[in-house]
Ligand binder design. Structure first.
Ligand code: ADP
Ligand code: MG
Length: 728
């Protein structure tokens, strides 16, 4: 391809690294308007442009011989311009025409009102033209095709791979392709290598490929790949680099937590242990025992525990938190338990209150809806050391919460909190131990990235006597029969949930009927909503039973009352939204109806199902969709119905969502990945993690000269969010 760069008057600068810092607007091939647009993409300097990786690639087809063009079928042709002309039409428009010949054949190019083509194209030029030809008379014609000017000796760009850059308004792909790759070729040799040769070699070996490419080669191949293998090699190198940098940051943080922070050592002993066990109303499962001993071992050390407990819904994670909190209190320290919703915080508070009835442990509850005076009082008592266990919502994160002697922080349903929030809880003098509970089993790769700073315990075993939950996907016609089934269970003394995706009807459906008629298309998409379903059920199928409505828009007090009534069996059916998704524990509720199932994610559905998997009677979940037709056709719902193992579901979910939604990174508060795809690049991730750990074990602060660049990268990207300050 013809390169747009003329001999550079500042050629000397190119040999120095100053070129990398040169502002793009100062390069003579970039005008100020283009420079402004590039700046919108975050591209200010040459170096920025070099690291602006294509987000995709095009693999253009080889050119079609002119006599094989077909009307209306996209194609690319190569030929020489033999004529140029300009015509004006009666209505004042102008048409630039060009004739492109190859061998015996010719095609016409037409550009309406684009006079500039007269200057760009000239007779004798070799060009590649691509677009959709149409037959006009006897000749094929391209209207507004893409035209690439080829130099005489240029190899045809056929088969070559074209980068696709992210664009912004006014910036054309063609311009980016003309601008960036040549810059990269000039600048790449000046870029400092981040991965020393030994590391590129080691990574290659573990990935069972050749050594990773040096940075300059990889950059060139990434922006201007010559063929697919070299593109993949280049990509592999940067994916590895990106993941290694992340894993190093996480390894540094893990190390810092174990060696540089001090936490109160709170070992368990037989006496404490049996005192705590007496408080549980059941015998622990083997898995619970094992995890508790892992937790107790952690808490016996003088540096903070940093452990994630992952266990499927209903696997009994709460007792582990209880154990850890009571161990803390036994040692005269305070514990905090943070839950993502107020309902759940209250439930934990209730469970603890009854488990601790008659003990000396002093409990407190802090939620956002607490009136100021009570809030003040709780905070004061906590600060004075008069509250041993403080349960709450995110209100616990705020600065006014000043514990007297904090020993442990437990976070329930971790997937709802980000890295930053976790960091906020580690504050002040002695660092508390921290325990994180997650009911959304996290696929291994995600766990390794998002929670790479945590040790992980897994609860696989369910408490004994659990009956499986049956899951049905039902077509609309089944509704009557299903409600009959629900009624029967209610009559036997069971309780039920009915879950809908929305609280109220969508705005469109609430408007008057005239609008409805006009927007017929839109309003056809009726989404089940709690209010309407509540009205229908109480008037019809569930008449005679006590039905309550629960959703996020109710005031906290009202929510609490509804939950209380349900937990105490004073209400039979809860029509609700996903406010009950997380953590709610009412073992007598065994039947769940999910309406509008297609609007829920897999993890959500599984969480919901977890609500009726708690007792010793088998649960039943029936999913209806809002759309007519067979719910079996919905892949997500099908997987949901077929799989009851949360770990399997999590992997399936991850696969289904595809690379676009890095569920974790967005929620976690970590900067997004630029090139790595946590799903596709699992193998590289594993290798990066291994090597990162080995590097840190051998050189805990990455002080060797050969890691200087690598360390810089780690600090630049993660220093702040992971609080690696003292490593720097
Ligand atoms: P999750 O892991 O979803 O948070 P919970 O801790 O809420 O699960 O436990 C689910 C239910 O199982 C609760 O009702 C709890 O009392 C009960 N449970 C937990 N462990 C056991 C056990 N070992 N034996 C019997 N029931 C248990
Ligand atoms: Mg729970």
């Amino acid at each position: 391809l013809k390169i747009f760069l003329m001999p550079d008057p500042a050629a000397d600068a190119i040999s120095s690294r100053a070129f990398l810092r040169q502002l793009l607007g100062h390069l003579h091939e970039i005008d100020s308007q283009t420079a402004n647009r590039l700046a919108k993409l975050g591209l200010q300097t040459v170096q920025d442009a070099v690291f602006y990786f294509p987000r995709n690639y095009e693999y253009p087809a080889p050119p079609t011989p002119l006599n094989q063009l077909r009307d209306g079928v996209d194609a690319a042709v190569v030929g020489t311009i033999t004529e140029m002309d300009l015509r004006t039409t009666g209505d004042g428009r102008c048409i630039v025409g060009a004739l492109v010949e190859a061998g015996q054949d010719a095609v016409r190019l037409l550009f309406f009102n684009q006079v500039f083509w007269l200057e760009k194209l000239a007779r004798g030029m070799r060009v590649m033209v691509s677009g959709r030809p149409r037959l006009s008379g006897l000749r094929m014609e391209f209207v507004h095709p893409q035209v690439t000017i080829l130099s005489e000796d240029d190899e045809l760009p056929c088969g070559s791979i074209l980068p696709v850059y992210g664009l912004t308004e006014g910036l054309k792909q063609a311009l980016m392709r003309r601008l960036i790759p040549p810059l990269v070729r000039k600048a790449a040799p000046l870029i400092r290598e981040v991965l020393p040769p030994s590391l590129r070699q080691a990574a290659g070996e573990r990935l069972q490929t050749s050594a990773l490419l040096p940075i300059d080669q990889a950059l060139c191949h990434l922006h201007q790949p010559t063929d697919d293998p070299s593109l993949q090699q280049a990509r592999r190198r940067f994916v590895f680099q990106e993941l290694l940098v992340l894993q190093l940051a996480l390894a540094l943080q893990r190390r810092r937590l174990t060696t540089e922070l001090t936490a109160p050592a709170m070992p368990a002993n037989n006496e404490i242990d049996s005192r705590i066990h007496r408080r549980f109303g059941f015998t622990l499962t083997g898995d619970q025992q094992r995890v508790i001993s892992e937790v107790a071992a952690d808490m016996g050390r003088q540096y903070p525990m940093n452990r994630l407990i992952q266990g499927d819904v209903g696997s009994g994670k709460t007792v582990i938190a209880q154990y850890a909190m009571l161990l803390t209190v036994a040692h005269g320290h305070q514990a905090m338990l943070m839950a993502p919703t107020e309902i759940l915080a209250r439930q934990h508070h209730n469970t603890l209150s009854s488990a601790l009835a008659g003990s000396r442990v002093r409990l407190g509850l802090l939620t956002g809806s607490l009136p100021a005076p009570q809030r003040r009082q709780i905070l004061d008592r906590f600060a004075a050391g008069e509250v041993d266990v403080l349960v709450g919502t995110q209100a616990l994160l705020y600065g006014q919460v000043v514990p007297a002697k904090l020993g442990l922080v437990v976070i329930d349903e971790q997937h709802k909190f980000g890295v930053g929030q976790r960091a906020m809880l580690r504050r002040g003098g002695l660092d508390p131990h921290s325990l994180v509970l997650s009911a959304t089993p996290i696929p291994r790769t995600l766990a390794m990235t998002l929670f790479g700073d945590l040790d992980i315990s897994t609860l696989r075993e369910k408490p004994p006597g659990r009956k499986p939950v049956r899951t049905y996907l039902a077509v609309k016609q089944w509704r009557a029969r299903w409600w009959e089934f629900v009624r029967q269970h209610l009559s036997e003394g069971r309780q039920a949930y009915v879950v809908t995706p929305r609280v109220v009807a969508a705005p469109a459906a609430m408007q008057n009927s005239t609008t409805l008629a006009i927007d017929g298309e839109d309003s056809a998409e009726q989404v089940s909503n709690a209010q309407q379903v509540f009205a229908e059920l109480t008037a019809g199928p569930l008449q005679g039973f006590r039905v309550d409505l629960l959703h996020g828009r109710l005031p906290a007090e009202a929510k609490h009352e509804v939950m209380q009534r349900f937990a105490q069996r004073r209400c039979h059916v809860l029509v609700c939204t996903t406010v009950i998704e997380v953590g709610i524990d009412v073992p007598n509720a065994t039947v769940m109806t999910i309406l509008g199932g297609e609007h829920f994610g897999l993890a959500q559905l599984h969480q919901l199902r977890g609500r009726v998997a708690r007792g010793t009677v088998g649960g039943h979940v029936c999913v209806f969709t809002d759309r007519d037709g067979d719910p079996e056709e919905n892949e997500r719902l099908q997987i949901f119905a077929q799989t009851s193992d949360g770990f399997e579901l999590a992997e399936a979910d991850f696969r289904l969502r595809g690379p676009g939604d890095l569920l974790g990174t967005r929620q976690s508060g970590l900067p997004p990945m630029r090139i790595a795809d946590l799903q596709r690049d699992q193998t590289i991730l594993t290798v990066a993690r291994e090597l990162a750990q080995e590097l840190i074990d051998a050189d805990p602060l990455l002080e060797a000269a050969e890691y200087e660049q690598l360390k810089k990268q780690v600090l630049r990207r993660y220093g702040e969010v992971l609080e690696l300050g003292d490593v720097a």
